[in-house]
Ligand binder design. Structure first.
Ligand code: B12
Ligand code: SF4
Length: 499
């Protein structure tokens, strides 16, 4: 038998706090689902763990066929680029493949870089194995849908896109390719992200990647297969709390309830959470909500985004604020945490709009003691979104290179947004930072690691002051911002030090 060629797959760090609660590298495991593992030796290197460099160096010393990196827009570009340069220096002849949400949205810009040889656009389950086989056989991937490459003359080519997959029968991730203990060791309370229930969404909020990426098509996995997936992870790895990493879980109420019924029938003592849309949840009757609670549904992350109808209209968010208030009150009967996401910083937003969001948060937290809010992240014009085009009309100019997108993280994007200046900048940044501490989310979501516990303790101590400031919109002066900014500016420094 021929010795197996090695595929080195890297999950770059996505920020200095990214390793606090390491989430299993779903994209990298997903692309190995249909790979011939008898023919290839896969080594996954996760930069969130301290031994990553040693592991990468050892992996690169073998018979390496290619190195693959996954990348979102934002800080992960800093770290991914530094890692790709490192690989290029160590093993100049080894092809480097980039995939993920960012290379999908900006394939040609990504491919232009000297440390990128191929990009995979969209889903990689089939494209990646085909690319791997082509490279192993020394064949140019000119006819593989979803691949971008450089011609020998140096011009950039994008093959036609690959149609979206049918994921109904999608098998479990090949969990054995990572050391699962590293991802579940700290998960006493925090949920394990590592199970996919569906892809896509039927809505088209302007700021979301979905319209471009999933073309508004919602594709579910079979509810029985999904329940069995949870059962296997529970049995084999002792995981008790799950986050089902979807964009929108409850598009089909019938399927969601079948899944819940399956969990109950399996007798699993697990808890789970996922993303949901308030109006879809509000349609469910009491029997349905009771069944969900019995199946272990512990939290629902639901996008509200703003308390201002003007802002909601601008971003095309399908939210009825009266329905949100009513559903939040109704949900009190069940032991389910509603977790609302908000954002701030859109070009049409005034202080009066922000005040409406604050008032809504006060009401939601008051009416349901289990309610939590997500931090008010700065609305970010991600590539491939309609929101980016809306922002252009307000003077925003998108970056023209891969490196330019590295700052496109909610914590760093402000300097690219011409309307976020002076008083508004202070207001929006205040909302982002202060909102992290107004409820119990730091206790609820951080892992049991030392870093997680220390962050939770600091957050708890700051909470009374944060609440007072937040609900009175006391955003000037805001000296605490300096501490947050220090953490952010460490990103760039760290990315140059690590590679
Ligand atoms: C789980 C999740 C998280 C986790 C883990 C993120 C991480 N960095 O690992 C947590 C909670 C930490 C998180 C945080 C954030 N997230 Co998030 N998250 C998700 C979520 C719900 C699932 C991701 C996932 O695993 N999908 C399933 C996998 C299989 O799909 P995939 O990643 O697209 O991978 C496929 C292809 O892209 C391709 N592929 C991917 N990588 C590679 C590599 C190679 C070599 C190849 C060949 C192919 C390939 O093949 C895969 C299989 O088909 C997505 C939404 C979604 N449903 O995808 C948002 C999403 C990725 N998050 C998003 C955002 C904005 C954030 C935050 C900035 C949110 C915030 N406001 O703070 C932060 C910071 C993220 C960061 N910098 O790391 C955006 C990204 C937008 C963008 N342009 O990058 C998304 C798309 C949500 C959205 N609706 O816009 N997130
Ligand atoms: S409802 Fe959520 S997932 Fe769907 S388009 Fe809007 S933001 Fe994206």
């Amino acid at each position: 038998m021929e010795p197996r060629k090695r595929l080195v797959l890297i999950r770059p760090l996505a920020g200095v706090l990214d390793s606090v609660n390491p989430v299993i590298p779903i994209p990298l495991l997903a692309i190995c689902r249909h790979l011939d593992l008898d023919a290839y030796d896969v080594v996954i290197v996760d930069q969130r763990f301290p031994h990553w460099r040693h592991r990468l160096e050892r992996a690169l010393a073998g018979d390496v066929l290619l190195v693959g990196l996954t990348c979102l827009t934002g800080y992960q570009i800093h770290f991914g680029s530094a890692l790709a340069r490192f690989v290029r220096r160590r093993r100049p002849g080894v092809p480097i493949v980039w995939g993920g949400v960012h290379p999908t949205a900006e394939p040609l810009q990504t491919l232009r870089e000297s440390f990128v040889d191929f990009v995979v656009v969209g889903e990689g389950e089939w494209t990646f194995p085909e690319l791997v086989d082509a490279l192993a056989a020394g064949i140019e991937p000119t006819s593989i849908p979803g691949v971008g490459y450089k011609t020998p003359g140096g011009s950039l080519r994008l093959n036609p896109p690959r149609p979206l997959m049918d994921i109904s029968g999608l098998p479990d991730l090949p969990y054995h390719l990572v050391d699962m203990r590293a991802y579940v060791a700290d998960l006493e309370d925090a949920p394990f992200y590592g199970v996919e229930g569906a892809r896509g969404c039927v809505h088209n909020c302007t700021f979301c990647y979905n319209l471009g990426y999933n073309q508004r098509q919602w594709r579910p996995r079979d509810p029985g297969i999904l329940a069995d997936n949870l059962a296997r992870v529970h049995r084999d790895h002792g995981v008790r709390n799950f986050f089902i990493a979807d964009d929108s879980f409850f598009v089909s109420a019938k399927r969601a309830l079948t899944f819940a019924r399956n969990l109950v029938d399996l007798g699993l003592r697990v808890s789970w959470g996922t993303e949901a849309n308030v109006s879809m949840m509000a349609r469910l009757d009491s029997d349905a909500l009771s069944l969900l609670a019995r199946s272990g549904l512990d939290f629902l992350s639901m996008g509200v985004e703003s308390g201002s109808r003007k802002v909601l209209e601008f971003v095309n968010k399908p939210v009825d604020l009266d329905e949100v208030e009513a559903f939040n009150r109704r949900l009190r009967r069940w032991p389910i945490h509603p977790k609302y996401t908000f954002m701030t910083g859109t070009p049409v937003e005034s202080k009066a709009d922000v005040r409406k969001s604050v008032d809504l948060v006060r009401l939601l937290l008051h009416d349901n003691p289990r309610a939590l809010i997500q931090a008010f992240y700065m609305a970010t014009p991600y590539p491939g979104t309609v929101y980016l085009e809306q922002c252009r009309a307000f003077g925003f100019e998108p970056p023209e290179s891969l490196a330019g997108w590295a700052d496109f993280d909610p914590f760093a994007v402000a300097r690219h947004l011409p309307w976020v200046r002076g008083d508004k900048k202070q207001l929006f940044e205040f909302m982002m930072y202060c909102s992290m501490f107004v409820d119990g989310k730091v206790d609820y979501h951080l892992s049991d690691s030392l870093a997680g516990r220390l962050t939770a303790m600091a957050g708890k101590a700051y909470r009374p002051l944060a609440r007072f400031r937040f609900f009175h919109l006391l955003y000037r002066p805001y000296p605490e911002a300096a501490a947050f900014k220090l953490v952010n500016s460490a990103q760039k420094v760290l990315s140059t030090v690590v590679a």
